[in-house]
Design a protein around this ligand. Structure first.
Ligand SMILES: [Zn+2]
Length: 468
């Protein structure tokens, strides 16, 4: 029965999305579409950072026309009463992998699963993320599935399948023998890596152009390679994924006793070339960047954000403040790997890295660098990534600061400023409803009960039969 209910729900959702797509294709003026008024006990105003009561949003077509404690109710408008909930803009995740799933290492997914299989999985993941309230996402690489993300994004945009609005990169760009390059397999098998190779500026530019041709909307670069935690004074263990010296010493991960090593992959000049080429295409560069000196290179080059940002020097943090380049901590994936490591030794390593990260994050918050919210979902289950908000609060930010990071800084990274992230006239009608008050209890965002994207209702737990 549950399955049947789900199927019917999905068909209704698909039908609604198709209608919306058909309307968009016919270029119907927004005025001719039925107005919708959302009403709830509360509404979160992002910029002033406050909850008002009650909350109402007027939607016509795919855009918001008015929002506040009360809005005009045009004749014939459909009112959806969402009861004792808080209306908020749709959640944004600046770091997802729709083509990854938990339970198998990323490089093994590339080697053992076909691209069609992974694409089907990606469509299910897109739906799970949307139903969890994420209406905009930046997909940080298909990790071995080439430009298959273009097909997923197109299917979503055409209303064929439910999913968030997406910025996509195709595959990440990386150096030969670099991050995620199928290291440790029998060389005679020529195992596929998870990235597109580029070893110099010419190759970087050529790769960006090829990815652009294949449908990418931004550039993803692996800027750091293999990470290691070693006790102070120890040499990094070259080529050994779990350092031989690991396990010695007190308080694993405490920067007083431990060092974090991560090699850079591209020089500042090479990154500058990538940023310039992306700018020529009216877009930007996202980086996997765990630490120094890579973070400094990336910030000087002008990337959109520093993703993972486990280690940032004082000088780099100063530059991030001056240039308004946010860090995207991606705590959930670190937490998940620490909790699901295959061996006790690996678990200890992952916990040491998480502890180190928490120490450094507190320093970053104290320094006042801009933050954005991205989870790195994919290695852990899609649809559960709102946990990122909770962890950012647990490790040092206020609920309001985390919500503003998500709603104000993520749209800049996704180049959807003035389009998503606020309940204001002219913005996309991307609206979620959560129980309780997220400023008092941030875990409210993990229990999204209502999801609207572009004026189409995809989920309404408060009146499940009313989706249309
Ligand atoms: Zn990632």
């Amino acid at each position: 029965m549950r399955k049947l209910g789900f199927l019917l729900g999905a068909l209704v959702v698909l039908g609604a999305a198709r209608i919306a797509a058909a309307q968009a294709q016919n270029n119907e003026p927004a005025k001719s579409q039925q107005a919708v008024v959302l009403h709830a006990a509360r509404l979160f105003e992002v910029e002033p950072g406050k909850i008002v009561s009650p909350g109402e949003v007027l939607i016509v077509g795919d855009r918001i026309q008015a929002a506040g404690t009360s809005v005009p109710h045009p004749a014939g408008a459909r009112t959806i009463d969402l009861g004792d909930t808080t209306l908020m803009p749709g959640l944004i995740d600046a770091h997802v992998h729709l083509f990854l799933h938990p339970g198998k290492a990323e490089d093994l997914q590339t080697i053992t699963e076909s691209v069609p299989e992974r694409t089907i999985q990606a469509t299910l993941n897109a739906r799970a993320d949307l139903m969890a309230g994420f209406t905009s996402e930046r997909d940080m690489g298909t990790e071995g599935a080439g430009p298959a993300d273009t097909a997923v994004r197109e299917a979503i945009n055409e209303g064929l399948i439910p999913g968030p609005r997406l910025r996509i990169s195709g595959m990440a760009i990386s150096i030969l023998g670099g991050h995620e390059d199928a290291i440790g397999f029998n060389p005679a098998q020529h195992a596929l890596g998870n990235a597109d190779y580029a070893n110099d500026i010419e190759q970087i530019i050529e790769t960006i152009r090829q990815q652009h041709k294949d449908g990418s909307t931004f550039v993803k670069v692996y800027e750091t390679g293999h990470d290691q935690m070693v006790p102070h004074g120890s040499a990094p263990c070259l080529g050994n994924p779990i350092c031989a010296t690991f396990g010695i010493g007190e308080q694993p991960g405490d920067p007083k006793f431990w060092d974090f090593h991560t090699p850079y992959q591209y020089t500042e000049d090479q990154l500058k070339a990538a940023v310039a080429e992306a700018a020529r295409l009216d877009t930007n560069v996202g980086v996997h960047c765990q630490g120094e000196p890579a973070a400094r290179f990336a910030v000087l080059a002008g990337v959109a954000a520093i993703d993972h940002a486990t280690q940032l020097s004082d000088g780099t943090m100063q530059l991030m403040k001056e240039k308004h380049i946010p860090a995207v901590p991606t705590f959930v994936v670190f937490q998940y790997f620490a909790d699901h490591a295959p061996t006790p030794k690996a678990a200890a390593l992952e916990h040491a890295m998480l502890n180190y990260k928490i120490h450094e994050f507190k320093r970053q918050v104290a320094a006042g660098i801009p933050m954005a919210v991205g989870s790195d979902v994919g290695p852990f289950p899609h649809g559960t990534q709102a946990k990122e908000f909770e962890l950012m609060v647990r490790y040092g930010m206020t609920p309001l600061a985390v919500l503003q990071a998500d709603y104000l800084n993520d749209p800049r990274i996704l180049t959807w400023q003035n389009e998503v992230g606020q309940l204001k006239p002219g913005y996309y009608a991307d609206v979620v409803a959560v129980p309780g008050n997220p400023l008092q209890d941030i875990t409210a965002v993990e229990h999204v009960q209502f999801v609207m994207k572009g004026g189409v209702v995809y989920k309404n737990d408060l009146a499940p039969g009313a989706i249309q």
